[in-house]
Ligand binder design. Sequence first.
Ligand SMILES: Cc1ncc(C[n+]2csc(CCOP(=O)(O)OP(=O)(O)O)c2C)c(N)n1
Length: 795
Amino acid sequence: MIPLQAGDSPLTSAQRGLIDAWWRAANYLSVGQIYLFDNPLLRRPLAAQDIKHMLLGHWGTTPGQNFIYAHLNRAIVKYDLDMIYISGPGHGGPAVVANTYLEGSYSEIYPDVSRDELGLRRLFKQFSFPGGIPSHASPETPGSIHEGGELGYSLSHAFGAAFDNPGLVVACVVGDGEAETGPLATAWHSNKFLDAANDGAVLPILHLNGFKIANPTILARIPRAELTQLLQGCGWEPLFVEGHEPEAMHDAMAAALDACIERIHAIQHAAREQGDRERPRWPMIVLASPKGWTGPKEIDGLKIEGSFRSHQVPLTDPRAKPEHLRLLEAWLRSYRPHELFDAEGRLAEDIAALAPVGARRMGANPHANGGLLLRELHVPDFRDYAVDVPAPGIQGIGDTHVLGRFIRDVIALNEPTRNFRLFGPDETLSNGLEAVFEKTQRQWEGALVDDDQFLARAGRVMEVLSEHQCEGWLEGYLLTGRHGLLNCYEAFIHIVDSMFNQHAKWLKVTARLPWRARIASLNILLASHVWRQDHNGFTHQDPGFIDHVMNKKPEVVRVYLPPDANCLLSVMDHCLRSRHYVNVVVAGKHPSPQWLTMDQAAAHCAAGIGIWDWAGNEDASSDTGPDVVMACCGDVPTLETLAAVQLLREHLPAVKVRVVNVVDLCRLMPNSEHPHGLDDRAFDELFTRDKPVIFAFHAYPWLIHRLTYRRTNHDSIHVRGYKEEGTITTAFDMTVLNELDRFHLAMDAIDRLPPTGERGLSVKRALQARLVEHKRYIEANGQDLPEIRNWKSSA
Ligand SMILES: Cc1ncc(C[n+]2csc(CCOP(=O)(O)OP(=O)(O)O)c2C)c(N)n1
C-alpha cells in the first residue's frame, strides 16, 4: 500500500483538475462510442434516434483504463518516458480509442475522424458498427500491439516488447479476471528473465475492479494481505491505489506512478551504471477501483457501478425505454462535456496540453507499430552450412543439429543490433540446437550456481517451461519490430493453438492496414516430431498443429516439411527473411538419410514440390507417364517412400514409379486459394490425371485430402499418415503401427496398380512376411531388424 499522507501528492490542484478533466473527456467519449449515433456534443436533449440500434461494447473496464491512461500521460511528460500501453482487458477498446483520439494520434491516422464535431460523430458511430471498428484494442487501434480479445497474454506480450528495448517502459493493464488464466498466472514470473541492464521495463497495473462478466474475481476476494503476498511471492513490489473518490484516487495514482518510475530508474541505474546483477524486485501497481466507475449507480433497482452488471452495456435499451434514455443523458452530462470541448467540438486547449507530444504519445509510439523499427536480419549464407551429399541416402547427424550451426551464426551476426532471439520451453538442447550455445547463453535472472549450464544474466536464448510465455514473448518481440524463432516439441505446440490463432488474425488484419508496417514472421520450428518420439511414447505423438495452422488465412500461413538437412537450411533461410507470416517448419533431430546436395535442395525448396527423377524409374522420353506416383511429405515419410520404391523396383522392375516430394505443403492447394498453390495443370503434371498416388504424409492423412479434394486425380490419391497409433516402441515400428512403413506403402502401390498377376501377389506375400518378421524381431530384441537399421538407398 502506498502510504500517502496529506500533502504528499505530486499533483497541484490545477494539475489534478486537468487530469480529472482528461479522464472525464475520455469517459465521455467512451460512453459516446458505445451509445451515440448522433448528437455527439449533446447540443440538444438526447432523443431516441440519437442512439444506435445495436449497443455493443464493454463499459466496466473502460473508466479504469481511461484513468490509467490519463495518469500515464502525466508520467510520460514528467519523466520523458518512451512508453507503450498494453490493454490486457482489450474489450476496453473504447478507452484506447478515446485516449488516442484525445491525444491526436487517432486523427493523424484516420483524418476523417477529425478533432471537431464531425469527427466526434464519426468516432462515435464507427465503434462496433458495420463497416466501422471492432470493440477491442484491435489492430485498427493506434498504439496497440495487443487486441486483448482472448484474455491472458498481455504480460507475456509486454515482456516480449521490453526485451532488448532498454529505453522502453511497457505499461501493461492486467484484468483481475484475466489474471485467473494460466498464461497470465505464469507470466508474473517473466520478471526472472528480464535483464535490467539490457532490457526495458514492464510496469504491470493489475486492474482490480472486482468482477469478470458475471462473477467476482479471485484476486479481489482474497484478503489484500494475501494478494500482496502472492505478488511479492512472484517477485514484485506492489503499490496499491484503492478507492473511488476521484480526487483522492488521482493523488494516490500519481504518487504510485512516480514511485514506480523512480524505482524503475533506480533499478536500471544500479544494473547499468553500478554493475548490480542481482535480480531486482520490480514495482507494480494494483488499482482497486469500482467496475464501471462513474457510470450509473443503479438501473431498474439493480446495482451497476461496482458490480459485474457494468461489464458490458449497462443501459440496454435507451431507444425504447424513456427512463433509460434519461439515465443515459444524465450519465453523459455528468462528465460536463461543455467544459471539455469547445463550440467546434475540439478538446479544450489546457486539457489537450496534458498529452505528450509526437512519438511520445502512446498512440504514436513506433514500438507499437514495430514494422517501422524493423531492421533487416543479418543471415549468413545457408549454403556454408551444407551437408555434403555425394550420393542420396548417406546418413546425416540429425537435421536440426545442422540447423543449429546456422542459427548459432544468425545469433552471432545480429548480436550487435540485439534484435534476434531464440525462444523455447526448455528444449533448445533437446531439439538439437545445441550449437547455439557456442555463441550465446540462456538469459536467466534467478540464482546461479556453479553447475549451471549455458545460463547467464544476458543471452539470446529464452527458455521457460511455458509454451504460452515463449509464444507470447516472441509475439511481443516481433510486434515491436524484431526477429525470432520458437522451437518446440511438435506435440506440445498445441498448447498455444489459440495464441497462434490470435497472432494469425492480427497479421491478417494488419496486412490490410496501410499505416501498419509489416513485421518479421513468427517462425515455429517443430522438432522432436511424432515419428521419433519413440522414447516418450503416445503422449508426445501428435502432428495435428499443422491441421490447425492450415485453417488460417492463406496470406499469412506457411507450412514446410523439409526432407533433409540441406532442405531445412534452405527453408529456414527463407523463413527468417520473410515478413508477416506464421511459418511452421517440421524437422527431425535424429540421424537420418540425406537426399539432396545443397544446390538440389535450394532448387527443390524454391519449387516447394518436385519429382525426384533419381529416385524413380519412369521413362522420361515416353509420354505415357508413370504407372504409380509415390508421393512423400516429411522426413520419415520420405525415407519410407524411398525404401518402398526400392522394394518395388527390386521386385516389380517393370512398374514405372515416379517419386514426388513435397516441402511446401501449401503448394498442394489450388492457386486460387493460396498464393503458393499450384495451378491445376502443374498439379496434374506432377500427380498425373489418372494414375494411383500413394501419398506418405507426416501428419494426419485427412489434411492432404482437404488440400487436394478439388484436383482432377483426387479420387486416386491414397494417403497414409499418422493414425493415432503410438506407444514406446522402435522408430520403424511407429511407422508400421500407422501403416506408413515401406512394406505397407509398397503393398498399397501393388493394390492400386493394374493387376500385377501372380508376381504381384507373391511380392505382397513376401512383404507381409517381412512385417511379421519385424514384429517378432522387435519383441525379442527391443530394436529394429538389421535390414531396417542398416538400410541403404541404392538410388
Ligand atoms: C481466454 C478468454 N476466456 C474468456 C473470455 C470471455 N471474457 C471476456 S471479458 C471476460 C471477463 C474479464 O474480466 P477482467 O479481466 O477482470 O476484465 P474487466 O473486469 O476489467 O472487464 C471474459 C471471461 C475471453 N475474452 N478470453
